[in-house]
Design a protein. Structure first.
Length: 319
């Protein structure tokens, strides 16, 4: 994904994105450093907690995430309409959670200056760039303070892939949730710590015992989990169906074959072989835009281009 982010980050085209942030020099700054023997796994908890906290401040829904030893994946949906519906008081309250002096600073403004500042804050609260900045800067400062050093923690600003349709969102969610299993970090979904799927499974199990909300705070629910807290869903399928798809994918990759194809893939017209090939490798890293061929072509045309990286993959992935 070498193109400029501005070419891809366009919420008028799609509100869905797959974002990636990598540690500088791809060092193991969030895991166990095999050279020094130091264990930085506790920083993964920092990232997870900060990400989910920010999802409750920004008008951005988190569908999936995976915190790895040297990079972070997150699948999000930008909800601009929600932010535009917030009252002035709500905008100030939310900005106060990000910057504690924000409510004080607005008190000194009157008339047009105040209106312009509120409008600026409102726009920031649905900005994916601002949310990722709020995440990455916080983690970098904490890590540098712990290491008693200065300098970059992250390789650069985050990279992102537009997800143009339902199949693209599902594919990226699965790709992200299977990351630790694919990397050999763990052998099961429930054991893949610091991922959205592990958090969802743990919360679902807890909910069966205590009648708690089956969706972890900060994550968007599946279709069978929608309640008073959220009317939005990650995809029109249940958590059980999603887990079954991930387990089928993991099993098929381990055995190298599968005779039974999930109905879900057939409904979305996704080629099973291409699905498994994508989930088995880092193929999505070379794709700039994820979606069905027609949607990818339209995305390119809107930017005055004949094609974008992802057109070939889309033709193989979708039937």
């Amino acid at each position: 994904m070498p193109q400029a982010r501005a070419e891809h980050l366009d919420v008028d085209s799609t509100p869905y994105y797959h974002c990636i942030s990598r540690c500088v020099r791809r060092a193991f700054l969030c895991g166990r450093d095999r050279y020094t023997g130091r264990d930085f796994d506790h920083r993964k908890e920092w990232v997870e907690e900060r990400l989910l906290a920010l999802s409750k401040i920004y008008a951005i829904h988190v569908h999936a995430y995976a915190v790895m030893s040297n990079h972070l994946h997150v699948v999000v949906e930008v909800d601009r309409t929600r932010a535009e519906g917030w009252t002035e008081r709500e905008v100030i309250r939310r900005m106060g959670k990000l910057f504690r002096y924000a409510p004080k600073s607005i008190e000194a403004l009157r008339g047009r200056a105040r209106d312009e500042r509120i409008a600026e804050w409102r726009e920031r609260l649905w900005s994916l760039s601002w949310m990722m900045r709020s995440l990455n800067e916080n983690i970098a400062r904490r890590a540098n303070a712990e290491d008693e050093c200065t300098g970059r923690f992250w390789e650069g600003r985050f990279k992102c892939q537009p997800l143009l349709d339902e199949g693209a969102v599902l594919a990226c969610m699965a790709y992200v949730d299977l990351n630790p299993v694919r990397a050999g970090v763990c052998s099961s979904l429930s054991g893949s710590a610091f991922t959205s799927i592990a958090s969802r499974l743990a919360q679902s199990k807890r909910a069966r015992r205590t009648q708690a909300d089956p969706t972890p705070e900060g994550l968007t629910p599946f279709a069978d989990q929608v309640g008073p807290r959220s009317t939005r869903t990650t995809a029109p399928l249940s958590l059980e169906e999603y887990v079954a798809l991930l387990e089928w994918t993991d099993d098929a990759l381990r055995r190298g074959e599968s005779n039974v194809v999930p109905i879900l893939l057939e409904e979305l017209q996704i080629a099973p072989g291409a699905w498994l090939a994508t989930m088995a490798s880092q193929g999505l890293r070379t794709v700039c835009v994820v979606g069905e061929p027609v949607a990818v072509d339209e995305f390119a045309a809107k930017r005055g281009k004949a094609w974008v990286k992802g057109a070939g993959w889309a033709k193989r992935f979708f039937r």
